[in-house]
Design a binder for this molecule. Structure first.
Ligand code: KIV
Length: 271
């Protein structure tokens, strides 16, 4: 099956009656294989800082870590487009730094695109990366990389000024040449307005069904991350509970001598 391209995703904005774009985060090869047949794109998000590495926020994850996970995901994804996050501290200083980081990520991971956070202030950076030949997924609204602690994750777009800011960010990222943009933690009327006004698909996370597509952190929707669950997450499974039950049963079997049984042993004569 041919891989979904940036152009395919852009076309979903203008296609009348297009079905919403489906995306989830992925961080490992086995998980990418599970998600790949069902998603249009997979995001190797820097949310891995929190859900894999146990950090308080998405800050503090390195480009080396993102590249290692990015390569694992591209090994598992055959049809979904793969996007890798540029981590905080690798693109904000200059457009030269941003282009070098984006090119390194693409070379080392074989992903199709990068994502970076920011609106008006990042428009020149997005344009420079796109001009260098690397497709960019924008990210506006709530920007986790700006939050120094979890309590600083605040819904965006409230009030006239808040709405104007998110709208200006959306337009700037559209004009800068991104192929789509994540809209995170933004009130519904603003998400709806900006989705109508930009030319590229909007991918909502806590930004209402008005967006052209949706993304969730896989660990959240699978019930694998118990530390905290935002209001916008729908849990489709309780994998954490399944893991606990399985480990409890295994521990009990080992302690009671029920595991391993002869069927799990080598060199045992069959009777
Ligand atoms: O890092 C991430 O997982 C993200 C999503 C929340 C969009 O940026």
């Amino acid at each position: 099956m041919a891989r979904i391209t940036v152009e395919d995703l852009k076309a979903r904005k203008v296609a009348k009656g297009a079905t919403p774009i489906v995306s989830l985060t992925a961080y490992t090869q086995p998980m990418a294989k599970f998600l790949d047949p069902h998603c249009d794109f997979l995001l190797v998000g820097d949310s891995l800082a929190m859900v894999i590495y146990g950090l308080e926020t998405t800050r503090g994850v390195t480009i080396e870590i993102m590249c290692a996970h990015g390569r694992a995901v591209t090994r598992g994804a055959k049809q979904s487009l793969v996007v890798v996050d540029l981590p905080q501290g690798t693109y904000e200083d200059s457009t030269k730094q941003a282009v070098a980081s984006a090119q390194r990520v693409i070379e080392e991971t074989e992903a199709q695109a990068v994502k970076l956070e920011g609106g008006v202030e990042m428009a020149d950076t997005v344009a420079a990366i796109v001009a260098s030949g690397v497709p960019v997924l924008g990210h506006i609204g709530l920007l986790p990389q700006k939050a120094e602690h979890r309590g600083a994750f605040k819904i965006q777009g409230r009030g006239d000024e808040g709405a104007r800011k998110v709208m200006a960010d959306a337009k700037a990222i559209d004009e800068a040449g991104a192929f789509a943009m994540v809209v995170e933690g933004t009130v519904e009327p603003v998400a709806r307005d900006l989705t109508e006004q930009v030319s590229i698909p909007t991918i909502g996370i806590g930004a209402s069904p008005a967006c052209d597509g949706q993304i969730l952190v896989s660990d959240d929707m699978l019930g694998m991350f118990a530390d905290f669950t935002p209001k916008f997450v729908k849990k489709y499974a309780q994998v954490g509970g399944d893991i606990e039950r399985a480990v409890q049963a295994y521990a009990q079997d080992v302690r009671s001598g029920a595991f391993p049984s002869l069927e799990h042993c080598y060199g045992v004569e069959k009777k």
